[in-house]
Design a protein around this ligand. Structure first.
Ligand SMILES: C[S@@+](CC[C@H](N)C(=O)[O-])C[C@H]1O[C@@H](n2cnc3c(N)ncnc32)[C@H](O)[C@@H]1O
Length: 411
């Protein structure tokens, strides 16, 4: 039975393909995903034979008159890894397309081993004119290869649902320091510059307070920027490979609602902790308390324990205030946010402009120490079998020709 659309932000546990099917069309303004590459699946080799579309069938004729089916078949014969990857990701990307509202944007976070595969797939699903950007998240940490250029970046592919309607507000994002501030006016230097499509940002510091312990955790600063630019306050954000819940953490700070999905119980536990929920509570408790209602904020709101009598200055500087006892949250007692299920028109009417000012992203100069592990290892959940289900019927996103890169299609 389809579940009701959440009234406020929630965390869902399970295979995303099954859970996404329960969500209504066009519910989200931003979808961010950071999918695993090595799914660990061994698919039966699947070669789609060429299927030429009937002339005039909308959305089915692609590059050089080849059908989407044919392009897909050709690419999937390229190698087994790609075949596995495509089989896993394609139905989920189709769901992402269905779930995006007309102003919506999809961000797909990838590493260099997979970005090109995913780009071809996304061009085919969304259409080339829906491709907005290829963002490069550049970092610099850990060991460096000496036999090739050390790979120190991730790629985030950005696609919009409708190139004529998508929301994008570059002025809402945090600004960056100029590389050569001496070359601009002091006012400009103080204000910082608008980011480009290359974002320098540290990885999550293993000793910083942002760290959750989840191995593939991405930095909040990256997600903040994405959400600031592509959504407004009150909008709905979805991450269906949620991991430690970074997308939700950024969305929550910025006054957006969210649904986070992950199939790994450890990810659910980490997210529950991160959002001030009881990590061991019944998994039916999915509601994330609003930011004002976390143990930290409640502890801060508690009347302070009276301080010890004043001491001479020198000693007072080292004297510690009595520790404030941590409040354990039960998700059952969490207060639901008043937000309602979205409809595209309702949301648009109620939107307020985001005014939150985020601190600028850190630059290369502040990279974390070299002792950090060399590569972010993609640790994935034990695989669950995905129940076979009918392929989602492509919507009008597949409406147009699919002009794929010539190199990818060379006969
Ligand atoms: C690279 S991690 C995401 C990390 C996340 N961006 C963060 O900042 O913590 C990918 C996540 O996808 C989850 N995952 C993989 N396959 C899944 C599936 N079929 N359904 C739901 N979650 C899945 C894994 O459990 C893992 O937590």
């Amino acid at each position: 039975m389809a579940r009701e659309f959440p009234q406020s932000s929630e965390i869902w546990h399970g295979d995303n393909l099954e859970l996404l099917a329960e969500l209504p069309d066009e519910s989200f303004t931003v979808i961010y995903i950071d999918p695993p590459f090595n799914t660990g699946r061994s698919q039966a080799r699947h070669v789609t034979t060429a299927v030429r579309s009937e002339p005039g069938v909308s959305g089915s004729v692609g590059f050089k008159g080849k059908s989407y089916q044919r392009i897909r078949g050709e690419l999937r014969t390229y190698d087994d890894t790609f075949d596995d990857y495509w089989t896993f990701l394609e139905p989920r990307l189709l769901e992402a397309w269905r779930l995006l509202g007309p102003e919506g944007t999809l961000y797909v976070h990838l590493d260099y081993r997979e970005a090109h595969y995913a780009k071809v797939m996304l061009d085919a699903i969304f259409g080339r004119d829906s491709f907005l950007n290829e963002l490069i998240w550049a970092y610099d940490y850990g060991a460096k290869a000496t036999r090739r250029w050390p790979t120190k970046h991730d790629t985030i592919l950005v696609y919009v649902k409708d190139p004529a309607q998508y929301h994008f507000d570059s002025t809402a994002v945090d600004r960056e320091p100029y590389m050569a501030p001496g070359l601009v006016t002091p006012q400009k230097a103080a204000r910082g510059k608008l980011p480009t499509d290359v974002w320098w940002h540290t990885i999550v510091s293993p000793t910083g307070k942002e760290k959750t312990g989840y191995p593939t955790q991405k930095p909040l600063g990256i997600l903040r920027r994405i959400i600031q630019a592509s959504s407004r306050e009150g909008d709905w954000i979805l991450d269906f490979f949620a991991g430690s819940g970074t997308t939700g953490a950024a969305a929550r700070e910025l006054g957006r609602n969210f649904v986070l999905i992950d199939q790994n119980p450890q990810a659910i536990e980490v997210m529950r902790r991160r959002f001030g929920m009881d990590p061991d509570a019944d998994s039916a408790d999915t509601v994330v308390p609003p930011l004002e209602d976390t143990p930290a904020t409640r502890a801060a709101a508690k009347p302070k324990t009276p301080k010890a009598p004043a001491k001479p200055r020198a000693k007072a500087a080292t004297a510690k205030a009595p520790a404030v006892k941590a409040v354990k949250t039960s998700a059952k007692t969490s207060v639901k946010a008043p937000a309602k299920a979205p409809t595209a028109t309702k949301k648009r009417a109620a939107r307020a402009k985001v005014t939150a000012q985020e601190p600028p992203l850190e630059t290369e100069a502040s990279v974390v120490a070299e002792q950090i592990v060399a590569e972010q290892v993609v640790v994935e959940a034990p695989e669950t079998q995905v129940a076979p289900r009918p392929r989602p019927v492509p919507g009008p996103g597949l409406r147009r020709a699919v002009p794929l890169p010539e190199s990818a299609l060379a006969d």
